[in-house]
Design a protein around this ligand. Structure first.
Ligand SMILES: [Zn+2]
Length: 456
């Protein structure tokens, strides 16, 4: 029995929000209503926010002024959401090369902004800054979709995550215990049997209401429980799978082992939550309160339902670094019909996103490919794109697209990280290329392991 849950939800969370001066709970309460608003109302609200952000971007960001001018358009020419199509796509290369000019002059003090760094869906490291107001707005939207798992604010969560930003100071520890309730986590950079066993014990001792993690890491843990600890009963209300493609076979095993619903979430560091399954699991509802999402085919036309298209996101709230028509690097398909849950938020029937294998070390540790590539791409300067291939247990190939700041220090840093992650026995070669090749199906796999494993 989790006696702290109602206290955390009804007392600690509101008081904490007040102390932080955060309006996220009032946003959340409003979002509980907007998810059922008529589509016209949603569009009107998006249009008003889009026009405001476009005007702001033109007024305060040299990059956007230049871009609008080069297309001979003014913000006043953009009336409807469709008018955004006059602008070219915003690419990861734009983010890498024009960052300083993309940050609004109204927010020039970067110490007041949140910095997000990611290796993205193709192993490209990019940096994005967001303002506090936008962060709190999105926090409300994330909370709404978190609760679609059956978990409620205040209840315990267990995390399977890489590069965890674990709060270790006293304030952070109190917050984790009383508010976030993410009391236990399994590090996806080091998932050996001992770590998984310890994690399972912790979940039995204090059952979580939600299990949260990378799709493949959750799957790996489920495989471990099924094979090695079949008598252990872990029964959360729901599982939230995020960060990469959730395959049907993964969802099936998770539902079988943990006997609960698996909610699939899609998002990225640059703009946060993009879309999420609801309890009906008929598709992923787009986060229209914070974003305007387009799907575009390879000829540049908008996609009708049931046709896959490239995902373009216009962030309707981040004023610190306006993101207009940002190409995330994944594809999705519009469902073309509403969800039976009654929510009006538009629905993706399918996402084709990040694919990455697990790497197993000679010590029997499993390392999440997502976490690994993030870790390398973010910690080594001079790499524009990275793909890690594990040829044999101790032999790796790094396919690298050089960035302008590539140099001797890049290779030194890479060697250090290889030693740290894989030990002294690991050997590797670097292959330099102009671009990372796509798979036959058009997907990028940014971590490939050719090693046969026990759970996979
Ligand atoms: Zn729904």
């Amino acid at each position: 029995m989790d006696l702290l849950a109602p206290i955390s939800r009804n007392l600690i969370a509101p008081l904490w929000a007040k102390w932080e001066k955060s309006p996220y709970l009032s946003h959340y309460k409003r979002f509980l209503k907007t998810q059922y608003a008529p589509l016209e109302t949603i569009r009107e609200s998006q249009t008003a926010k889009m026009r405001e952000i476009v005007t702001h971007a033109y007024r305060t960001c040299p990059f956007w002024r230049e871009r609008f001018d080069s297309c001979s358009i003014k913000p006043s020419d953009i009336h409807q959401l469709e008018d955004l199509r006059q602008l070219p796509l915003l690419t990861k290369t734009d983010l890498r090369t024009r960052l300083d000019d993309m940050i609004s002059t109204d927010y020039s003090d970067r110490s007041r902004l949140t910095r997000h760094e990611t290796s993205g869906s193709t192993g490209v490291s990019v940096e994005v800054f967001s303002d506090e107001e936008s962060d709190q707005f999105k926090r409300g939207a994330v909370l709404r979709s978190d609760e679609w798992t059956g978990w409620k604010l205040g209840e315990r969560r267990a995390l399977i995550w890489g590069n965890p930003q674990i709060r270790t100071n006293w304030k952070g520890k109190i917050r984790r215990f009383l508010l976030d309730r993410d009391y236990v986590y399994l590090d996806t950079l080091k998932m050996d049997e001992a770590a998984m066993s310890q994690f399972a014990d912790a979940l039995v001792a204090a059952p979580p209401s939600m299990l949260f993690g990378h799709a493949h890491s959750l799957y790996l843990f489920a495989g471990y429980i099924q094979a090695k600890r079949p008598n252990v009963k872990i029964r959360p209300h729901g599982i939230l799978s995020t960060c990469m493609v959730l395959h049907d076979y993964e969802r099936n095993l998770l539902e079988e082992v943990f006997q609960c619903r698996v909610v699939n979430r899609y998002g990225c560091e640059e703009v946060s939550l993009i879309a999420c399954d609801c309890e009906k699991q008929e598709g992923l509802h787009v986060n229209t309160d914070a974003l305007f999402v387009e799907l575009m085919d390879f000829q540049g036309n908008p996609c009708p339902p049931e046709q896959p298209g490239r995902i373009l996101v216009t962030d309707l709230c981040n004023r610190a670094m306006p993101m207009i028509r940002y190409e995330v690097g994944d594809t999705a398909v519009w469902a073309g019909k509403p969800c039976s849950c009654g929510r009006t938020l538009p629905l993706f029937s399918q996402i084709e996103g990040r694919v990455a294998d697990y790497v197993m070390t000679n010590k029997g540790e499993y390392i999440s490919g997502i976490s690994l590539t993030e870790n390398f791409a973010c910690m080594v300067d001079g790499i524009a794109q990275l793909q890690i291939v594990q040829e044999e247990i101790d032999r790796f190939t790094f396919n690298i697209v050089k960035a302008p700041d590539f140099g001797e220090s890049t290779l030194t840093r890479l060697t250090e990280l290889v030693r740290k992650r894989f030990g002294n026995a690991a050997v590797y070669q670097c292959v330099f290329m102009d671009k990372i090749p796509q798979e036959k199906n058009g997907k990028y796999r940014f971590c490939i392991s050719k090693v046969k494993k026990e759970f996979q």
